[in-house]
Design a protein around this ligand. Structure first.
Ligand SMILES: *Cc1c(COP(=O)(O)O)cnc(C)c1O
Length: 363
């Protein structure tokens, strides 16, 4: 069975050595040495400051909203993984959707401006499939209307925009290090803050609001990363070059084979590619469904990602449909892409899609 992705397992010997360190110190969590080492190495690798490791990517979003004092309404994209929206709702913030640009698949800045009201306190855009949002326009809108910006950068690990880390934009940007992501710590995440003072607030907030002298200085939660997560992260980080090289090869082969037959995401100018996903957009939902069935019967399981458009979530009770997001979400599939996927499998996926689309055109 070929799935859309497969978690990356690093060299076992190396992981054993990292775990030996945990056994020697018997320090399992609470900002241990491996978490500290991973923090330093990630800041260097990504070219960012004020990076705080978190237990998972969804908690990273929630902590970021809390630290920045976001309340009322936040304008966000309907075309994302459910956690972007559910984290807002969980924090008592009402998501207000602004439609996407159907080419870049990221939130459309002009639609953000239209959605601003007196209740708006923040913008929560997503760098969809690692593609940069229009960060300059969003920054202008945010400063004009005095709004906070939290980028959900769950897909944007290592991406540079204009030679600078894409994660350095916004008051905060979050990452997910879930097992299925490009870089992972089994479960995990991070927040990158623009301001040192926000980072300091968050550092206490994720450990129950307890400071370094053991005083309870404010409301907190438990959102710490543990040493076993960090051990996995350190070992995966050592192998990022191999991971990226393999992904790039597969990504470019898909691009070469399929662009004549399907639409692919338009990459933002001056934004690097981390090859984390290969989404393809079919002509309509029927064609997408047919292709999915054909691939499934060959044991290949692409994923409908993202589906459904989040404005249609029942627990939200939103009345207006975001047309572009709704349309794209119904006809998009992410194709299998992960290190270790054989070229034979990829050939099979491409030829199944191409043959069937060609047959369809002839009919
Ligand atoms: C994976 C993902 C998340 C959630 O991250 P977890 O680490 O699984 O909690 C949030 N937003 C987006 C866009 C994601 O893809």
């Amino acid at each position: 069975m070929i799935n859309v992705t497969r978690p990356y397992l690093p060299d076992r010997e190396k992981l054993n050595k990292c775990i030996d360190r945990i056994y020697e110190t018997v320090w399992l969590t609470n900002n241990g040495p491996l978490v500290q080492e991973l923090t330093a190495r990630l800041q260097e690798y990504l070219g960012v400051e004020n990076l705080l490791l978190i237990s998972n990517g969804t908690s990273a979003l929630q902590v970021a909203y809390k630290v920045l004092g976001i309340s009322g309404h936040a304008i966000t994209t309907p075309f994302s993984f459910v956690a972007t929206t559910s984290s807002l709702v969980w924090e008592g913030i009402e998501p207000v959707f602004a439609d996407i640009n159907p080419e870049t698949l990221c939130i459309d800045p002009s639609k953000i401006e239209e959605a601003i009201t007196s209740k708006t306190t923040a913008i929560v855009p997503v760098h969809v499939f690692g593609n940069a949002c229009d960060v300059e326009k969003i920054e202008n809108i945010a400063s004009k209307h005095r709004l906070k910006t939290v980028y959900d950068g769950a897909h944007a690990f290592g991406v540079k925009y204009k030679d600078r880390s894409l994660l350095s934009y916004g008051d905060a940007a979050t990452l997910s290090f879930h097992a299925t992501k490009l870089f992972h710590t089994i479960e995990g995440g991070a927040i990158i803050f623009k301001k040192k003072e926000d980072y300091e607030k968050a550092r206490l907030m994720i450990k129950f609001g307890i400071d370094d002298t053991d005083s309870i200085v404010g409301l907190g939660i438990n959102a710490k990363m543990n040493e076993f997560q960090a051990a996995m992260g350190l070992c995966v980080l050592d192998e990022m070059d191999i991971i990226l090289k393999e992904r790039a090869k597969l990504w470019h082969r898909y691009e070469n084979e399929l662009t004549k037959y399907v639409l692919i995401q338009k990459r933002t100018f001056q934004c690097t590619n981390n090859f984390s996903y290969f989404p393809v957009i079919f002509e309509n939902e029927e064609t997408m469904e047919r292709m999915k069935k054909i691939l499934n019967s060959a044991g290949i399981y692409p994923r409908r990602y993202f589906f459904p458009s989040l404005d249609s979530l029942e627990y939200l009770d939103v009345n207006s449909v975001q047309k572009k997001s709704d349309d794209i979400s119904k006809k998009i599939l992410c194709l299998p892409l992960y290190p270790g996927m054989s070229s034979l499998t990829q050939e099979q996926i491409c030829s199944l899609i191409i043959c069937n689309l060609e047959n369809e055109m002839e009919e």
